[in-house]
Write a protein that binds this ligand. Structure first.
Ligand code: G3P
Length: 223
């Protein structure tokens, strides 16, 4: 499969500003995704924490509300857009949600269709013109469906038809979710800080460093 364009991006799936700062400092954060549960876990007020994240990260920051109807979603989006210019409106995969996506995207406002669990939902989101779609792989695994298989289907469909919608692999629970996302050509994985921490680790790296240090001491002149 020929792939033209950008390399895979890493978003952080968190509202923990210390973790975001830690990884932003080493250039690993291309964007941030949040949802009401993630904000609740931060223990902070929604607007305040999103504004602080926006002061750290210039890439897209997904913000999700609780509206049902298209009109309510549009009103909520207007409010979120006042918080920071790089806010992306996270919209649930519903009929009203996709109606709002179409209107927002036509106005130049980026949207992220969330709570996507099937290729057909992802196809509808792309048809509506969403900038991003978020399949939840961990939650699919939880119900015995292979989340990464669904991502594979979505990637095939988007590549076959040149959809501009970018796939954000979400509900990432393991290193293999990240690696499989990369292998499948997913545009983005949104990764919780705990999994990002695990990505660095390998026992043989630690062991190798310790051994090289010991051996260095044996060959360096004293005094
Ligand atoms: O990006 C969506 C994600 O936050 C949901 O993750 O682990 O609650 O399924 P999880």
């Amino acid at each position: 499969m020929e792939k033209i364009g950008e390399n895979m991006k890493f978003f952080i799936d968190s509202a923990d500003v210390d973790a975001i700062r830690k990884y932003a400092e080493i250039g690993l954060v291309d964007g941030v995704t949040t949802n009401p549960t993630i904000i609740m876990k931060s223990g902070r007020e929604h607007k305040e924490v999103i504004r602080e994240i926006a002061s750290i990260i210039s890439g897209p920051i997904s913000v999700e509300g609780i509206s049902d109807t298209c009109e309510e979603i549009l009103a909520e989006a207007e409010e979120f857009r006042k918080w920071a210019q790089n806010v992306v409106i996270k919209v649930p995969m519903t009929r009203e949600g996709l109606k709002a996506v179409k209107i927002l995207e036509e106005k130049g406002v980026s949207t992220n269709v969330t709570l996507v669990f099937s290729a057909s939902q992802a196809l509808l989101a792309a048809k509506a013109g969403a900038s991003y779609v978020s399949p939840f792989v961990g939650r699919l695994d939880d119900i015995g469906v292979k989340g990464m298989d669904v991502v594979g289907e979505i990637m095939d469909i988007y590549m076959n038809h040149w959809y501009k919608t970018k796939v954000i692999v979400a509900s990432v629970r393991s290193l293999s979710h990240v690696i499989d996302s990369a292998k499948l050509g997913a545009h983005i994985a949104t990764i919780p800080p705990k999994i990002l921490d695990e990505m660095w680790e390998h026992d043989l790296t630690k062991k190798g460093i310790a051994q090289f240090r010991e051996d260095y001491k044996k060959t360096s002149r004293k005094g």
